[in-house]
Design a protein around this ligand. Sequence first.
Ligand SMILES: [Zn+2]
Length: 55
Amino acid sequence: MPLRDPIKREIAQRRRLYVKICRNCGARNPPKAERCRKCRSSNLRWKHREAMGRR
Ligand SMILES: [Zn+2]
């Protein structure tokens, strides 16, 4: 079910990018996370793409 509404699309994209990815196991973590919920490593990175700084 594709989203046609551009505003909703933008929100959805931001939401999708607003996560942290564990460099160890690749799990997605909530943005507040300091450590991975799976492997407990603190080796997290933001899932950054261009969409975040584009607008
Ligand atoms: Zn992990």
